[in-house]
Design a protein around this ligand. Structure first.
Ligand SMILES: Cc1cc2nc3c(=O)[nH]c(=O)nc-3n(C[C@H](O)[C@H](O)[C@H](O)COP(=O)(O)OP(=O)(O)OC[C@H]3O[C@@H](n4cnc5c(N)ncnc54)[C@H](O)[C@@H]3O)c2cc1C
Length: 422
C-alpha cells in the first residue's frame, strides 16, 4: 500500500484570538495544528475580557472559518456609526459622524468561544506552558518544549513550523529580539462591561440613551481635555466602556498588561469620572462590577516577523494601542494570510511561504500601528510633531477628520492572496 504524504505540522503557542485563528487558517490549508495555551481551560463568560470591534474583512474571514451560516451575526451586534464627540462634562457635542462603519461588536469571550468550538476537538492543549524551542541544524523542523502547568510534566513536540501567537509580551519574539521593549503610551485604560440583562429598562440605561441615543449601533468616542472614553453596546444587553487616563507608567507584575485594582482605586476612578463625563455615563461606570485597568503599550514596528521556521502573528508581531480597533482584526488577517501563503507554497517551500507572509503583513501592520499611536495621542491631548494639541471643545471640523476610523491606512485593503479564492 502506498503511504499517504505526511501532513505538515505547525505548533502554535498561544490559544487566544490569534492562536485559534491561526489554527483555523492552517487546518484549512491542509496542515496539522497543535495549539499550546498556558491557561488551564477555555476562558468563557463575561468576566474574561470586554468588547472588541470586527472590521468587514475580519468578519468575512471569520465566517469562512465558522462555517455555520449566521453564527457570527447571532453572536455579535452591528456597529454602523462611528461618532466622535466633545464634552465639557455636562453636555456632549458631535464632532464627526460616519454612518458607514460596517463593523460588528463582539465580547472577547464570545468570539473566543466561537473560534474554539469550531475547531476539531483536541486542537488546543490547555494548561501547556511553552518553555523553549530549537530549530534543527538542517532547518527542516523545530522542536518545542512545553510543561504541563498542573503536573510539571515536560513534552517535546516536533513540527515543521512554530507560530508565536503568544501576545504582546511574546517570549518567542524576545528570543530573536532580546532588546525589543514595549513602549508605554503615556496612559492606561479603565475598562468595564455593565450587564443590564436583568433590568433592561433600568433608570441607568434609559438615562444613558439620552446623551447616547444610537447605542446598539454606534461606536461613541467622547473627548474631554486630555482624556477620552469609548462606549458601545454588546450582545445580550451589555454596555462596554473604556476610559483612557494619562498617567506615569505603572509597574507591571507578572506577564499581564492588566492591573489588579483595589476598591480604593475604583472609588477614586468614580470620583474622577464625575469631573469629566456626563452624569449618565458616570452612573454606568459606578454600576459596573469589577472594572479593570489595562496599561496601554505598543511597540516600534518590527523589521521582520519570520525567522527560519518561526513566524510571529497577532500582538506578538505588532503590539498596538487600541484606538484603531486593530489588534484582533490584524490577528485574524495575519492568520488568514499565513494560511494562504502556506497553502500556496507547500511545506517544501516553507521559506518562500513565510517570506511572502511577511512581505504582505509587515508594511500594513507598520502603518496601522503608527496610525493607532497617532490617534491615541490626538485623543489624549498629547503632543505630536506635526499638529497642535487637540482641544475638543474648540475643535473645528477640519481638526477632526483624522479622528475617524475610516482614516486608518489600508483599512479596506484586501491582500491579493486572499482575493484569489474568495
Ligand atoms: C483573557 C484575554 C482577554 C482579552 N480581552 C480583550 C478584550 O476584551 N478586548 C480586546 O480588544 N482585547 C482583548 N484581549 C486582547 C486581544 O485578544 C488581543 O489584543 C488581540 O486579539 C490579539 O490577540 P493575540 O492572540 O495576539 O494575543 P493575546 O490575546 O494576548 O493572547 C496571547 C496568548 O498567549 C498565551 N501565552 C503567552 N505566553 C505563553 C506561553 N509561554 N505558553 C503558552 N501560552 C502562552 C496567553 O495565555 C494568551 O492566551 C484579551 C486577551 C486575553 C488573553
Amino acid at each position: 500500500m502506498r503511504e499517504l504524504p505526511r501532513k505538515a505540522k505547525a505548533v502554535v503557542v498561544g490559544g487566544s484570538i490569534a492562536g485559534l485563528s491561526c489554527a483555523h487558517a492552517l487546518i484549512a490549508a491542509g496542515w496539522e495544528v497543535v495549539v499550546l495555551e498556558k491557561t488551564g481551560a477555555p476562558r468563557a463568560g463575561c468576566a474574561t475580557g470586554a468588547g472588541l470591534g470586527l472590521d468587514p474583512l475580519a468578519q468575512k474571514i471569520l465566517r469562512s472559518w465558522l462555517k455555520q451560516p449566521g453564527i457570527l451575526e447571532l453572536n455579535t451586534v452591528p456597529l454602523t456609526i462611528d461618532q466622535n464627540e466633545a464634552t465639557d462634562g455636562n453636555k456632549n457635542r458631535v464632532l464627526t459622524r460616519d454612518e458607514n462603519l460596517n463593523f460588528r461588536a463582539a465580547h472577547w469571550s464570545d468570539l473566543h468561544s466561537l473560534l474554539h468550538e469550531a475547531l476539531p476537538a483536541q486542537t488546543v492543549c490547555w494548561g501547556q506552558m511553552f518553555l523553549t524551542f530549537c530549530i534543527s541544524e538542517d532547518r527542516t523542523h523545530v522542536e518545542v518544549k512545553s510543561k504541563a502547568v498542573q503536573t510539571g510534566d515536560i513534552t517535546n513536540i516536533v513540527g515543521d513550523l512554530l507560530v508565536a501567537a503568544d501576545g504582546c509580551l511574546s517570549p518567542i519574539r524576545q528570543s530573536f529580539l532580546p532588546d525589543f521593549k514595549l513602549r508605554y503610551s503615556g496612559y492606561c485604560a479603565w475598562r468595564g462591561v455593565l450587564d443590564f440583562s436583568d433590568e433592561e429598562n433600568s433608570d441607568t440605561i434609559l438615562a444613558l440613551k439620552k446623551p447616547y441615543p444610537d447605542l446598539g449601533k454606534c461606536l461613541y468616542f467622547t473627548l474631554g481635555q486630555g482624556t477620552h472614553t469609548v462606549l458601545y453596546e454588546l450582545l445580550n444587553k451589555r454596555i462596554n466602556w473604556l476610559w483612557y487616563v494619562n498617567q506615569p507608567e505603572p509597574e507591571l507584575k507578572g506577564s499581564s498588561v492588566t492591573i489588579t485594582v483595589s476598591d480604593d482605586m475604583v472609588e477614586k476612578m468614580h470620583e474622577a469620572a464625575e469631573k469629566n463625563w456626563v452624569p449618565e455615563l458616570v452612573k454606568v461606570m459606578r454600576e459596573t462590577e469589577q472594572p479593570f485597568l489595562n496599561v496601554i503599550y505598543d511597540g516600534e514596528p518590527l523589521d521582520r516577523i519570520v525567522w527560519d521556521n518561526v513566524a510571529l502573528i497577532g500582538d506578538a508581531a505588532h503590539p498596538t494601542t487600541p484606538h484603531g480597533l486593530r489588534s484582533t482584526n490584524m490577528s485574524i488577517l495575519d492568520a488568514a494570510v499565513l494560511g494562504k501563503c502556506l497553502e500556496k507554497w507547500g511545506v517544501e517551500n516553507l521559506n518562500s511561504a513565510l517570506q511572502e507572509y511577511q512581505s504582505i503583513r509587515l508594511p500594513i501592520a507598520r502603518e496601522q500601528v503608527l496610525y493607532s499611536r497617532r490617534l491615541g495621542r490626538i485623543k489624549q491631548g498629547l503632543d505630536l510633531p506635526d499638529r497642535k494639541v487637540f482641544v475638543p471643545v474648540t475643535a473645528r471640523e477640519e481638526d477632526c477628520e483624522e479622528l475617524q476610523q475610516k482614516a486608518m491606512p489600508s483599512l479596506n485593503e484586501i491582500p491579493s492572496i486572499l482575493v484569489a479564492e474568495r
